[in-house]
Write a protein that binds this ligand. Structure first.
Ligand SMILES: Cc1ncc(COP(=O)(O)O)c(C=O)c1O
Length: 388
């Protein structure tokens, strides 16, 4: 098994960025089916890692979907529609989604448009359905059939693009059409506001963790591990834990697939650089060849260590989380996979430096995100059977 490591020379303990607020959490609480996701104590995983405690924020059922991504899609759509309402008054007070549906009548016909590795597109299609809007979702050709069918099952038009996720992103922007509103988690020059709201939307998960720990009277983590695709999720985690108003700032580890380690390569280069495809990891949500522009300042200035691993550790981590009663898909388990691989005894000087930079030991409290459940059930079964 291979691992690449990078200690980020520019990581700061406190970010010079806007302090996140709880508006997304207040919004999500009003959506049908909202419930706080569990923060699971996983002693079995802690023992395997040789750390004091492992907490897993389990996003395998978020608002009825098997990933956290609907938090970003819903908040970004809400903010973008609010801005487009005639009269510029915004939504003002509202109690239920049906009211929002009525208020946006003047904006129809309208399609929500995005490219996806799976979860963002399905989430956006779900939001479109809630609001009575259309959805056009562009997907790379190698996407697992179950993931593609799940998006279509939300009522979206699914457009298969020959090529990678990054090529699907380009097509979605070009072909959104007159009645299309692009709601992407990726950003590029001139397209930054909506992906910025996607990052804000993810903060709900982080506020919930704060509240859950406070109710239990427990301290925050010493280390948080985050999976990195385009880096929007990592930006939310970094902004939250590196905010100047917090008293405690955990170390942050970012995990990417070998072959799609665009954040590692970009941090090493000191600027955004692309990593060409094919991106064919089983960690499908992380198969991205370029970091998001709006995520870049937070992630490049805040994540302490980046590791890139092949698929083996992700499979191992899926089985380990299953043994703790948590259903974790390939991307969901990737964070644990990266940490397992990094903490394994011995190894290169790079690995030792990375371990030192994170300062993980037998007393450490580690926060993991199970950001995705079994989104490819056949693939999940194969891995559980020891294959895949
Ligand atoms: C479940 C899941 N986790 C993590 C990620 C990575 O998030 P980001 O692309 O913002 O880095 C994705 C991306 O699609 C995902 O689907």
């Amino acid at each position: 098994m291979s691992i690449r490591t990078l200690v980020n020379p520019n990581a700061r303990e406190i970010l010079d960025a806007p302090v996140p607020d709880r508006a997304p959490l207040r919004f999500h609480r009003r959506l049908p089916g909202y419930g706080e996701t569990p923060l699971v104590d996983a002693p079995g995983i802690a023992e395997s890692l040789g750390v004091g405690k492992v907490l897993v924020k389990d996003e395998s059922n978020r608002l009825g979907l098997p990933a956290f991504k609907v938090l970003g899609a819903s908040w970004a759509v809400y903010r973008a529609l609010e801005e487009r309402l005639p009269g510029g008054e915004g939504f003002g007070g509202w109690g239920a989604v049906e009211e929002l549906r009525e208020r946006i009548a003047p904006l129809r016909p309208l399609d929500l448009v995005a490219a996806t590795d799976g979860n963002h597109g399905r989430a956006l299609a779900r939001v479109a359905g809630l609001l009575g809007l259309g959805a056009k979702i562009f997907v790379p050709e190698d996407m697992a059939a179950a993931r593609r069918e799940a998006i279509a099952g939300e009522g979206a038009e699914v457009i298969v693009v020959r090529g990678t996720y990054d090529e699907a992103v380009e097509r979605s922007a070009e072909e959104a059409g007159e009645h299309g509103l692009v709601v992407s988690d990726m950003s590029w020059p001139g397209y930054e506001r909506i992906p910025g709201w996607v990052i804000e939307g993810y903060s709900t998960m982080l506020w919930e963790i704060d509240d859950q720990l406070e109710r239990r009277g427990e301290a925050g983590p010493d280390l948080a591990v985050v999976q990195v695709g385009v880096g929007a999720f990592a930006a939310a985690v970094t902004r939250h834990f590196r905010s100047p108003v917090r008293s405690q700032h955990p170390k942050l580890l970012g995990v990417e697939p070998a072959g799609a380690d665009c954040l590692l390569e970009s941090v090493a280069a000191g600027r955004i650089v692309p990593v060409p495809g094919p991106h064919d990891s089983i960690m499908a949500g992380l198969n991205c060849g370029r970091p998001s522009l709006v995520a870049w300042p937070a992630v490049s200035g805040g994540v302490d260590v980046l590791v890139a691993v092949d698929d083996g550790p992700a499979r191992e981590a899926m089985r380990l989380t299953a043994a703790s009663g948590i259903v974790s898909g390939e991307t969901g388990a990737a964070g644990l996979g990266g940490l397992l691989e990094l903490l394994r005894g011995g190894g290169s000087r790079g690995r030792e430096e990375a371990r030192r930079a994170l300062g993980v030991g037998g007393e450490s409290r580690v926060l993991l995100f199970n950001c995705e459940g079994a989104t490819d059930p056949d693939g999940y079964r194969r891995v559980m059977a020891g294959a895949g």
